[in-house]
Design a protein around this ligand. Structure first.
Ligand code: SF4
Length: 307
């Protein structure tokens, strides 16, 4: 059975392209420093996703600890760069999913399930047997092993991958992620094969399909433009693209020569125009908040499910 095949990967871990091949069932730790357990930070209804995902009552966001990509600027640094958290059994995670559905959430959405995929999918199967009917959203960084994504066929309703880098030099500089562009494109191609290159709606809520997210980094429009060119060339212009404007430097990067500021309205508008000029029709766009940062910003804005 596919869940057992997924669980077996923990023994020589290749769940993501870093392919550490450590035996996580014996306590060996790879790049993500996660054990072969579910490690949760928190789960909550989240209103800040794209409108078809948030719906009226929020997306059912499940923030899992650690991330296999580990961007230096991550907007959820305190979660994605730490393997600490609450260890849950499969039964407990299934209960978390059912609780989110009970709260009226439009879906259940683990954030960066990649290093924890086997047990997350086992919990999903259990929750489905116990009455979970809302869509399952796979919200990931795009740095996925396409062979593992292939194993998720028919279990994921909506893929929500990032496509962060068109330029490998940026992937190396900011995420230490060799071959990010080709690897993420391979994964997205497989996601599209499973769920199509569009977003199907039911009663105003996303039911099946894909949204590809791209976080625009300050001063790195060349990277963003190359990302969109690659998506057009390798996937399709029907693909729903979410152009994300909310990049905010974490405290440690406030004096970084490139990443030390928010993006400007002009940068964002240039990217929207560029996406339209390439023929992308299904764009999710956002307001740009380019106000100066306040000393209290980090305390006032604890979560962002967009990496
Ligand atoms: S999931 Fe973690 S241990 Fe497995 S290959 Fe990726 S980084 Fe390495």
């Amino acid at each position: 059975m596919i869940i057992q095949e997924l669980l077996d990967i923990y023994r020589a871990c290749t769940l993501c392209p870093r392919a550490c091949r450590v035996d996580r069932t014996r306590g060996e730790l790879g790049y993500c420093r996660l054990p072969a357990d579910i490690v949760l930070d928190c789960a909550l209804p989240h209103a800040g996703e794209e409108p078809p995902l948030s719906g009226k009552n929020g997306a059912g966001t499940i923030f899992l600890s650690s991330c296999n990509l580990g961007c230096i600027y991550c907007q959820n640094y305190q979660i994605s760069h730490s393997a600490d958290g609450r260890r849950l059994t499969v039964i407990e995670l299934a209960r978390v999913m059912l609780d989110l559905q009970k709260k009226g959430c439009s879906n259940v959405e683990p954030v960066t399930p990649t290093p924890q995929t086997p047990l997350v999918m086992e919990a999903l199967c259990l929750a489905r047997m116990q009455g979970l009917t809302v869509p399952f959203v796979y919200n990931c960084s795009g740095y996925e092993n396409p062979d593992v994504v292939r194993m998720l066929d028919a279990m994921v309703d909506i893929y929500l991958p990032d496509f962060k880098y068109g330029l490998e030099e940026d992937a190396l500089a900011f995420s230490n992620a060799p071959q990010y562009p080709q690897t993420a494109l391979g994964a997205i191609r497989e996601m599209v094969r499973q769920v199509g290159d569009d977003l199907e709606m039911k009663d105003g809520i996303a039911a099946r399909g894909i949204i590809v997210r791209h976080l625009i980094l300050p001063g790195r429009l060349n990277n963003s433009k190359e990302a969109l060119r690659l998506l057009r060339r390798e996937i399709s212009t029907t693909l729903p693209i979410s152009l994300m404007s909310q990049y905010t430097p974490i405290a440690a990067l406030r004096s970084h020569p490139l990443l030390g500021r928010r993006i400007t309205v002009a940068e964002y508008d240039e990217m929207v125009d560029f996406a339209l000029s390439l023929g992308f029709e299904n764009l999710f766009v956002q307001e740009v908040d380019d106000r100066a940062l306040t000393p209290d910003f980090d305390r006032e804005n604890p979560f962002d499910a967009s990496g």
